[in-house]
Design a protein around this ligand. Structure first.
Ligand code: NDP
Length: 368
């Protein structure tokens, strides 16, 4: 097995001039190819339900390994230590995790806590000199997002956002088709993202911890999806809110928002974000020469879809496995996913969310 230093030296030569792009036909996590390159050592912060899913998916990763945890719940640390063989010295709580600075067993911290905590936690991780993967939404507004980007840049660490769809094979294929011009001039995108939320006491319905409501949590998939399906940045938004349960969805916590976006090419998007409808997970893209339809479009999969050329048949591979191997490739080799998932990409979505909330409040079109 070559040493990490040998690997990185070889890499320097190969990465000087070549723009490296993630190749969906060579799905690394799924291949039987042996691997003896560097392994990304990951600590997860916030051991909740999504963290469990990520940790399980990482069991199948070749390039990333769970090596540490940061949690406010001692009993979870005991459970995770046993389950994943994590040594005690790699376990932290929210008071002492700045000490990861001295821990060579951790390259990156994956922040999977409530949205309202992401900014401060990301900044602390960056200041400890470790790369950050932060779940979506990256913060609770664009200003927070920009602060996170600036701090990570100053600390010379990477900031990646958990946009797992950027590695999902059928999504990657539709984006490839769009980039190859196979849909012709694009005219329209429709994104519908929602589910019926349960327990009214959960943090997702708490303005301080969630930053908002459905838009922050699930509507963001339609925003990010509109951008990667159309391949453009919106220049205006309009939005309308509907609230049927003001007790459950308090001031500042959106239940349902319909929003529209206009793009420089003249394409438009019409989207729905909600915490009050089930089975709502659908993308539709229309161009002069073809279409793509995906349903489900952003759930944990399998994603299903078809285009004017027929059914999308790319394999289903656990999204978070692909994501974590892909992020390891990005960090070690500079291999970019088909659409970026860095902090700047996260800020673009946050700016649109800010504009949507402003459009709801004012009833006016907001230019971006
Ligand atoms: P959970 O409530 O299941 O878990 C959050 C964890 O954060 C808790 O278990 C807790 O872990 C920790 N935490 C720290 N402070 C608090 C606090 N004040 N209140 C509540 N929890 C706290 O949430 P999810 O795992 O569902 O979501 C976490 C993040 O992941 C969110 O940003 C969400 O948007 C994102 N997410 C992304 C998904 C995706 O597909 N990309 C899917 C689902 C969620 P501990 O006890 O260890 O401290």
């Amino acid at each position: 097995m070559g040493s990490r230093r040998d690997f990185l030296e070889k890499l320097t030569v190969s990465t000087i001039s070549l723009p490296l792009l993630y190749n969906p036909t060579n799905l690394f996590a799924a291949s039987d190819e042996a691997y003896d390159g560097p392994i990304l050592k990951v600590a997860i912060m916030g051991l909740g339900s999504y963290a469990r899913r990520v940790a399980k998916a990482m069991e199948s990763c070749k390039r990333a390994k769970l090596t540490g945890v940061i949690s406010g719940t001692p009993s979870k640390i005991v459970e995770w230590r046993t389950k994943y063989g994590i040594p005690e010295k790699n376990c932290y709580n929210y008071d002492n995790f700045d000490r990861i600075k001295e821990n060579p067993d951790i390259d990156v911290v994956y922040v999977i806590t409530p949205n309202g905590l992401h900014k401060d936690q990301t900044i602390r991780v960056a200041k400890a000199g470790k790369h950050v993967i932060c779940e979506k939404p990256m913060g609770i507004n664009a200003q927070e997002g920009q602060e996170m980007v600036d701090t990570c840049k100053a600390a010379n660490v990477k900031l990646l956002i958990g946009y797992r769809m950027h590695y999902e094979p059928k999504t990657v294929e539709v984006i490839r088709m769009r980039k190859a011009g196979e849909f012709g001039k694009l005219k329209f995108f429709q994104g519908q993202s929602g589910f019926t939320i349960g327990d009214p006491t959960q943090w997702r319905l708490n303005k301080k911890l969630a930053g908002g409501g459905a838009m922050m949590d699930i509507g963001i998939y339609s925003i990010n999806g509109a951008r990667y399906m159309l391949g453009e940045e919106p220049i205006w938004v309009t939005a309308q809110e509907t609230k049927t349960d003001p007790v459950k969805f308090k001031e500042g916590v959106d239940e349902t928002i319909q929003f529209q976006m206009g793009f420089p090419s003249g394409a438009v998007a019409s989207c729905l974000s909600t915490y009050a409808m089930s089975h709502l997970d659908r993308f539709f893209l229309n161009g002069e020469d073809g279409f793509a339809e995906m349903q489900p479009s952003t759930g944990y999969g399998p994603i299903k879809g078809r285009t004017h050329k027929g059914e999308l048949k790319q394999p289903h591979i656990t999204h978070q496995t692909l994501q974590m191997d892909g992020m390891a490739q990005l960090i070690f080799e500079g291999v970019e996913p088909i659409v970026p998932l860095d902090g700047e990409e996260g800020v673009k979505d946050m700016k649109i969310i800010d504009a949507i909330y402003l459009a709801v409040k004012t009833g006016k079109r907001v230019d971006l």
